[in-house]
Design a protein around this ligand. Structure first.
Ligand SMILES: [Zn+2]
Length: 408
């Protein structure tokens, strides 16, 4: 099911380096059937036409990493600089009764913020079923963790249940696996996730504490595990960086998503570049935890596919990828606007293994947004990054899923 319509705007930006002035996109069913100058597209006879005015029609934005099931818990999470103190607050926040409302609210906020695709971490096993009925494109990563003993055994049981009966894909839903992080998840769980053959998403190199834990087996994560009664008696640190550790477990391969990568050595960057894995940078979550500079420029220059995520509302101020893009443009002025835009569109779809989305092209999926711009003399792409720009319309697979009050 889908709409039949022409969307017209002052600018159409099919990708980061192409601008059509007085452009239009024709949509039929779930797909784009024409794109170009408005007078030409209009001659197709498709109707109705919606004129977005002083706006840019662009590919829908791709939030490559979020946790929608934490959306409604965010108000009860305090911003604390120490990561293990923050993660203590998250424990128990997701219950079967809170997941549904949180995921639905998270989707609404995402659509409003220009997001047409999410890479969502399913912390309870309940998100996929809820998301199945909601029109947003999604890769749902079933989260597994378990560090040792009974904790790890429970994680392996959960993983086997997923592998035996994964959520069936549909036109908007794909499922994959997320072994949580090296400080919470055993090597065996990582290996079995990799062996399952599906895409793997994991949080790595997020904090200096994680580096210490893996290199010497000491520090805040040792205290954290012991506080939960999780045995570390048999834990032998691999004496590796998180990236090196992931390499030994087979995680570094095309199709894997490595979230955060805040702390990397030069050798780690080289290893990542050779692996074909994608990195997901979460700029405002990175800022939330007061981390030092992220190596995002070095990653891009090394040819690594870098996508962008908001992470959850528990470590961010909104789920809007348009907000994330504006923050990124302000804080990373040396990255070209075209590169920034690729990071929230085609790099995201590549990271998530999705095809025929991430740019506006005839025959591709109609995942489209319309960003109202200040209409000054700057190039359209720079006006998208302006503080005042606003998402007017979100279309997923040809279906209008969000309109602002300014939608005509
Ligand atoms: Zn996360």
């Amino acid at each position: 099911m889908g709409y039949c319509m022409i969307l017209r705007a002052k600018y159409v930006m099919p990708d980061s380096h192409t601008v059509i002035e007085n452009g239009a996109v024709a949509v039929q069913g779930s797909k784009i059937v024409d794109i170009g100058l408005y007078p030409t597209v209009r001659s197709s006879g498709i109707s109705p036409t919606h004129d977005l005015g002083e706006a840019v029609l662009t590919p829908g934005l791709v939030n490559a990493h979020t946790h929608l099931d934490l959306t409604n818990s965010a108000d009860s999470i305090q911003r604390v600089p120490k990561f293990t103190d923050w993660i203590f607050q998250i424990i128990g926040k997701r219950t079967p009764s809170t997941v549904g409302p949180s995921v639905r609210e998270g989707v609404q906020q995402s659509l409003a913020g220009g997001v047409t695709t999410v890479g969502d971490i399913d912390g309870t096993g309940g998100s996929a079923q809820i998301l199945r009925d909601i029109p947003i494109r999604k890769v749902v990563f079933f989260e597994v963790l378990g560090f040792s003993g009974e904790h790890a055994a429970m994680g392996l049981t959960r993983l086997r249940a997923y592998v035996d009966s994964p959520p069936a894909p549909d036109s908007l839903l794909t499922s994959a696996l997320s072994p949580h992080a090296p400080y919470s998840t055993s090597a065996e769980i990582y290996r079995q996730c990799v062996a399952s053959g599906v895409s793997v998403c994991t949080h790595i190199a997020e904090t200096k504490d994680e580096l210490e834990f893996l290199s010497s087996g000491t520090g805040a994560f040792l205290d954290y595990l012991e506080a939960f009664g999780i045995s570390t008696a048999e834990w032998v640190s691999p004496q590796l960086t998180p990236t090196e550790y992931m390499e030994t477990l087979g995680v570094l391969r095309t199709g894997s998503l490595l979230v955060h990568c805040n702390y990397l050595t030069d050798a780690d960057v080289t290893t990542l570049a050779e692996s074909g894995a994608s990195v997901v940078f979460c700029p405002r979550s990175h800022h939330y935890f007061y981390h030092t500079n992220h190596p995002v420029v070095q990653l891009i220059e090394s040819g690594i596919n870098v996508a962008i995520g908001t992470d959850s509302l528990a470590s961010n101020w909104s789920l809007s990828l348009l907000d994330e893009l504006k923050f990124l443009a302000r804080t990373q002025p040396c990255i070209r606007p075209e590169t920034l835009f690729d990071m929230v569109t085609c790099n995201g779809t590549k990271a998530l293994g999705l095809e025929q989305i991430g740019r506006l092209e005839k025959g591709w999926q109609a995942d489209i947004i319309a960003v109202q711009i200040p209409n000054d003399s700057r190039p359209a792409i720079e006006q998208i990054f302006d503080r005042s720009s606003e998402n007017l319309l979100t279309v997923v697979g040809g279906q209008v899923c969000y309109t602002s009050n300014h939608w005509g």
